[in-house]
Design a protein around this ligand. Structure first.
Ligand SMILES: N[C@@H](CCC(=O)N[C@@H](CS)C(=O)NCC(=O)O)C(=O)O
Length: 213
């Protein structure tokens, strides 16, 4: 059978999610590093976003769809629970990550640090300061949720955890969000638990420019 290929930059939180999914499922894969809006990516994603996936004749885009395919097309431990409620809770948390967490903390906050668009490439302080109140609220509700169970969707790991882990990895490294993680003990404990898994260790992204880690 053809080897599964993940297409995208290893720094991307969403690319990392699909790599974690492959590892947790026990599916060998190759990573083809590619930036958004390059020909390799445009060939599999109509909006040129990463990750993309190829498996023989199959091409897919969108992280959630790729993870669902990996889960259903191969033998191995389920990434999404097979019972109705467990599957729905997993989907619920993927959706919360993709619609409420990632757009705020990655697309706005992290982007204001590294892709500010300012002429000198410096962080956009005004944009960073503007998102901090909403981020504090987000960490507060996430911390409350994670105080009731060990993992996002219940008492065991699901692929929903593979969505939040790469995002939270970056949050630990930036100053204000790093403080928010430290002030959110349930989030911090969840992070340590999930980051200790081989799937997380083996997919750690390259260090951020000028920030180590
Ligand atoms: N909805 C997409 C989002 C993927 C995404 O936003 N990827 C980022 C990199 S982490 C990207 O390609 N950004 C380029 C762009 O939005 O033009 C998914 O779930 O896979």
């Amino acid at each position: 059978m053809a080897t599964l290929e993940i297409i995208g930059a290893p720094q991307s939180n969403f690319v990392r999610t699909t790599r974690i999914a492959c590892m947790e499922k026990g599916v060998p894969y190759t990573l083809t590093p590619a930036r958004p809006h390059t020909p390799e990516v445009d060939a599999v994603h109509p909006l040129g976003k990463i990750p993309g996936m190829r498996h023989g004749e199959v091409t897919l885009c969108e992280t959630s769809a790729i993870c669902a395919y990996v889960d259903r097309a191969f033998d191995g431990p389920p990434l999404i629970p097979r019972d109705a409620l467990g599957a729905a809770r997993t989907e619920q948390w993927i959706s919360l990550h993709n619609t409420a967490i990632d757009p705020l903390v990655v697309r706005q906050y992290l982007a204001a640090y590294f892709f500010s668009g300012l002429p000198d490439g410096a962080p956009d302080r005004a944009k960073i300061d503007a998102v901090l109140p909403k981020m504090r609220e987000t960490f507060a509700w996430l911390n409350r949720e994670l105080g009731t169970r060990g993992y996002l969707a219940g008492d065991s790991w699901t692929v929903a955890d593979a969505f939040l882990l790469p995002t939270m990895h970056y949050m630990r490294l930036l100053p204000e969000s790093g403080e928010m993680v430290k002030a959110s003990p349930n989030v911090a404990a969840w992070f340590d638990r999930v980051a200790a898994r081989p799937s997380a260790k083996e997919t750690e992204p390259p260090p951020m420019p000028g920030r180590g880690g």
